[in-house]
Design a protein around this ligand. Structure first.
Ligand SMILES: CC(C)(COP(=O)(O)OP(=O)(O)OC[C@H]1O[C@@H](n2cnc3c(N)ncnc32)[C@H](O)[C@@H]1OP(=O)(O)O)[C@@H](O)C(=O)NCCC(=O)NCCS
Length: 196
């Protein structure tokens, strides 16, 4: 499957949220979400900054949209059902090879005001189901810093399997080597997790 021949699905509409490609007029919504979430994001999201300007946000959504249309990278926003509030960001990232390998890594952040309320788990379950049913993915992965309990739990609750731990995988700003936890799900054995 070549990138030029693939037209990515545009949106997934659920009762609690919409997951979709960013549009250019989303810049102020993205900014409101990211700027109000800095403290919540800074430990594990290297791109987080204390204040992002509207111009910077516009440049970001333009790049996201352009690369989406070219099937180079599939960054998605999470929006409220009325499309007015950005609840976070996610995406299928081509970090496991070319599109032809049919494997992507899911990334995610949830806006601080909406975190810890079950949304991240619901979004990840939706991305796994959508990914295996509508997108061409045969394998989806999730990687996180071993100290990121919320992220590890989100992957586990969504039914992904811990496949391994890369010990001392990267070096943080304090010179400490950090473990990376690697989770995966295969289309061939994917089942919706039981509700608890
Ligand atoms: C990781 C993240 C996406 C999870 O989304 P969320 O909506 O907060 O997660 P949920 O509410 O669905 O909770 C999932 C699990 O994580 C736990 N959790 C959530 N926030 C937590 C926190 N701050 N500390 C410890 N556990 C936490 C929940 O309790 C739940 O586990 P449980 O049912 O065993 O109690 C979100 O917290 C986030 O945006 N974090 C900052 C960015 C980030 O780290 N992204 C992931 C990078 S790999």
């Amino acid at each position: 499957m070549s990138n030029t021949a693939f037209f990515a699905p545009e949106r997934l509409i659920m009762d609690q949220f919409i997951i979709r490609s960013y549009q250019l007029d989303d810049a102020p919504k993205l900014n409101a979400a990211a700027n109000s979430s800095y403290k919540h994001l800074k430990a594990f999201m290297p791109w987080a900054k204390p204040h992002q300007t509207e111009e910077e946000a516009l440049a970001i959504v333009r790049r996201f949209r352009g690369r989406y249309l070219l099937s180079e990278e599939f960054v998605l926003g999470i929006f409220s059902p009325d499309n007015q509030i950005c609840l976070g960001g996610t995406g299928y990232h081509l970090r496991n090879g070319e599109l032809s390998n049919r494997s992507a890594e899911i990334g995610m952040w949830i806006r601080a005001s909406h975190a810890g309320q079950g949304l991240g788990t619901e979004v990840l379950i939706a991305l796994l189901s959508w990914g295996f049913e509508v997108w061409p993915w045969e394998r989806l992965t999730w990687r996180c810093d071993g100290r990121n309990i919320a992220s590890c739990r989100t992957a586990e609750k969504a039914g992904m399997q811990l496949e391994g731990v890369l010990r001392g995988d990267h070096r943080n700003a304090d010179g400490v080597r950090i473990d990376t936890y690697c989770y995966g799900a295969l289309k061939s054995d994917w089942e919706l997790p039981a509700k608890n």
